[in-house]
Structures are given as structure tokens and as C-alpha cells.
Design a protein around this ligand. Structure first.
Ligand SMILES: NC(=O)c1ccc[n+]([C@@H]2O[C@H](COP(=O)([O-])OP(=O)(O)OC[C@H]3O[C@@H](n4cnc5c(N)ncnc54)[C@H](OP(=O)(O)O)[C@@H]3O)[C@@H](O)[C@H]2O)c1
Length: 245
């Protein structure tokens, strides 16, 4: 048992924003558990962080797999007896950026996208909530996107007006709804629940066309994971600034 020391679970942490978030939290002295659907990739990523002096451990976790989620609960019960920070970072997009094909979105694309981007983080959060309640300052960060903003999508003057990928965008709008609803339910607890827009970041998902480096793309997740007690809950933020829902 590691009493006292904070412990964080970051899903989809073997690469991209998730790995960098784990690195930055680890450098703050937090034990970081790297959820990875491919354990070998998770082990390689954790080894990299350990070489940088970070207390990092991999965890087999395909967020869409109920048995993996149950095993994650057991892992935290057994090794820590609590969870301080949950970062629902794993996400997918199955659509082509820049081409609006809303009316021909295959049902399978909608189902798979919602499975990973909404149903899995909701189920994982519900399963881990008893452990988050045992933390002195539980923090839940849902990796959303500016593309989940209905306000901006419906505004012809907004920068995302022409960037429509229906399944992905709707999954992030729904994830934002989860943030608002869970934050309301937990408003009288020490747990804070927020949505993060990392920015458009150079990752496999964001592509090389993105303007932001990964090191900057992780800063919103890290800030929301380490919010002080008087910080916001039920908010949608990018680098400290609120985004419209
Ligand atoms: N990059 C951007 O510009 C941007 C902008 C807004 C929001 N976001 C959000 O930020 C988050 C991280 O994105 P990223 O750019 O770092 O993407 P990425 O480089 O594609 O990494 C995604 C991570 O999620 C993992 N993953 C996917 N499905 C999973 C599953 N079923 N179970 C467990 N892990 C799974 C991937 O694992 P594998 O390696 O096994 O595929 C990978 O580790 C996502 O939620 C994304 O929607 C990104």
C-alpha cells in the first residue's frame, strides 16, 4: 500500500497526449498507472518514464472490455486502496477529417466511436468511483474536444464550423453531458469532474498538421488533474479558459 502518495490512472497512456500527461503528473511525484490495451506497449511506455525517474506502472486496460475494467478496480483496491486521479484519455476517431458525411455515417462507426469515447469512460468511472471517494481530493478528467461544442458547431463564425465529423463530435458532446451530470451528482463531495480540450495536438490522431506540440497538449489534463480544492467542477476548459458547451 502506498498511503499518502497520490496515484493516477491515465487511460490510453501508451502514446500521445496520455503518455505525456502521465510524464507530467509523474514529474510532480504522483504514481502514474498507464492504462494500455496492448500491455507490451504499456510496459515499454512505463519503462521510458521510469528511466526518467518517474514511478510508472503499466496496466492492461482496453476501456471497452468489462473484464479489464473489473481487473483495474481489483488492481487499485489491492495496491493502493484508493484512486486520486482518473483521466479518461483513451479515444478514437474513425472518420475522415474535413469531409462532412453526416447523412451517410455508418451505424457501426457511430457504435464503435460511442463505445470507446462515451460508454467505456462512463463505465470505468462508475466502477472506480468508490476508490475515488476514498481519495482526499479525487479528480476526474474527461478528454473531450472543442469538436464536442454544440455552441461552436452551430456558429458560422466559429473556427470549427467547417470541421464536422458527426460520430466523433457527438461522442464528445455526450461525454461533456456526462461531465456536467456527474459533477452535479458529486457536488457535495471532494471529487471534481471536468472536461478538457487539449488543443489540436500533433499526435497520431491530431496528425502532423496540428499546431500544438504534445508537451503543451497535456497541460490542460494535468491542470485539471491537480486542481486545488477551490477549483472548478463541471467545467469545460482549455488551458485555463472555459469553452462553450
Ligand atoms: N490530438 C488532438 O488534436 C486532440 C484534440 C482534441 C481531443 N483529443 C482527445 O485527446 C485524447 C487523446 O488523443 P491523442 O491525440 O493522444 O490520440 P492518439 O495518439 O491516437 O492516442 C490515443 C490513445 O488511446 C488509446 N485507445 C484507443 N482505444 C482504446 C481502448 N479501447 N482502450 C484503451 N486505449 C485505447 C490508444 O491506444 P493504441 O495505441 O492501442 O491505439 C492510444 O494510447 C482522445 O480522447 C482524443 O479524442 C485529441
Amino acid at each position: 500500500m502506498s498511503e499518502g502518495k497520490q496515484v493516477a490512472l491515465i487511460t490510453g497512456a501508451n502514446k500521445g497526449i496520455g503518455l505525456e500527461t502521465a510524464r507530467q503528473l509523474g514529474k510532480l511525484g504522483i504514481t502514474v498507472i498507464l492504462g494500455s490495451r496492448d500491455l507490451a506497449k504499456g510496459e515499454a511506455a512505463a519503462a521510458k518514464l521510469r528511466a526518467e525517474g518517474i514511478d510508472a506502472r503499466p496496466l492492461q486496460l482496453d476501456v471497452t472490455n468489462a473484464a479489464d475494467r473489473d481487473a483495474a478496480v481489483k488492481f487499485f483496491n489491492q495496491h493502493f486502496g484508493k484512486l486520486d486521479i482518473l483521466i479518461n484519455n483513451a479515444g478514437i476517431t474513425l472518420e475522415t477529417w474535413g469531409v462532412n458525411r453526416t447523412s451517410s455515417t455508418p451505424e457501426t462507426v457511430l457504435q464503435q466511436t460511442f463505445e470507446t469515447n462515451l460508454f467505456a469512460p462512463v463505465a470505468l468511472t462508475e466502477a472506480l468511483l468508490p476508490l475515488l471517494r476514498k481519495s482526499s481530493a479525487g479528480r476526474i478528467v474527461n478528454l473531450s474536444s472543442i469538436l464536442g461544442s454544440l455552441t461552436l458547431h452551430s456558429d458560422p463564425k466559429s473556427p470549427i464550423y467547417s470541421s464536422k465529423a458527426f460520430a466523433y463530435d457527438a461522442s464528445k458532446s455526450a461525454l461533456n453531458a456526462f461531465t456536467i451530470h456527474l459533477a452535479h451528482e458529486l457536488r457535495d463531495t471532494r471529487i471534481k469532474v471536468n472536461s478538457a480540450h487539449p488543443g489540436w495536438v500533433k499526435t497520431d490522431m491530431g496528425t502532423d498538421a496540428a499546431p500544438m506540440e504534445i508537451v503543451d497538449g497535456a497541460t490542460t489534463s494535468v491542470a485539471l488533474a491537480t486542481l486545488p480544492d477551490d477549483g472548478p467542477t463541471g467545467a469545460f476548459l482549455h488551458m485555463g479558459k472555459p469553452l462553450p458547451w
